[in-house]
Design a protein around this ligand. Sequence first.
Ligand code: KG4
Ligand code: ZN
Length: 380
Amino acid sequence: MRVLGIETSCDETAVALVETNPWSTDILSQVVSSQIELHRPYGGVVPEMATREHLRNLPLLVPQVLKDLNLGLDSIDAVAATEGPGLASSLLIGHSYARAMAVALSKPMIGVNHLEGHLYSPFFASRRTVEFPFVGLIASGGHTLLVHALGWDRYIKLGSTVDDAAGEAFDKVAKLLGLPYPGGPEIERVAIKGNPEAFGLPRSFPERDNLNFSFSGLKTAVRFFYEKSAPMQPDPVWSYDLCASFQKAVVDVLVRKSIQAVAQARVDRLAVSGGVLCNKMLRDELEFACYEAGIDLIVAEPAFCTDNAGMIAGAAAEKMAAGIKPRCGDDINPNLNLFAPEPQGDMARGLTAAIKLKNRQTEQVPQQSSVPYPGEVEVW
Ligand code: KG4
Ligand code: ZN
């Protein structure tokens, strides 16, 4: 089965064709048109410009993917597009294009949750089929999320940011220091020259059982040191140190909480993705911490960490192959949730009672995890 995927949730126009076979899902071709240069002068994504760019790019990229493979439209079995979350106007372009294609070709149209695509992309990029259960870390410009993935469409939120996303913090700190957008790669470039221990920056929610993130205090601390240091020190070395210390603080928190999440969920697999996972220090530290804790780390190559269409087409194809009825993709939802809505009233009380009962039952059964529990792992 071949699925054409379209991703336009933010500032990347991406199209990919994937093919499922009994062993894996393979990417046949992918093209990504990044709009970074377009938005750079504005210090962030300008939604209207992104929309116009998607509109210009899509009619060029779809034929290009097929031409690269010498295939015609008749080789497509289904069309998938990002349904949400994302920028409404950007989502609408990709989604409408995909719907029109599906109607014209009389093929199914599948709406995919962008976050589910990210969760799945490390497997896909490593040419592995999805293996549940696992803990997923998504760290991008819009999200910082820890998810316990039990199966397709069965996700439990373990933690998320209460303010800025990790990538957003990189972008805002870079702006403060006069570095261009997007800030992540720029901070990483400067941080190589600095000392990560030079500034004592705060780490959010140090409690072991709290898997939420907060980056606004860290951002404020960077501002404080910047305003103190900038007028007094003409030598820019302090700014290299500040970048290195900031990067280290974000990496420490992401690594520590991911390892804690794996222990709390009692699994032994961690899949990580999102633009921030392009960061070399984060990748290295995750690899080291997972090796120490005996966790199977599945990390996508950088091209599959940032937004791409392979993850959208791949998630749709794997779900169909697994016999999951795909979302029919009638409309976009900029606030699309990955998790079932929180139960209310009697249902909530019933669920709380069920969880208590389940916990009591599992307490009696010895757990089969090789991963240490929170309190037994120390990765600082
Ligand atoms: O996943 P992504 O491409 O788009 C969103 O869905 O948001 O992530 C973009 C984010 C930006 O905030 C960017 O600064 C950050 O990922 N980023 C990085 C690096 N490369 C991209 N952050 C830290 N280090 C990097 N090397
Ligand atoms: Zn994304």
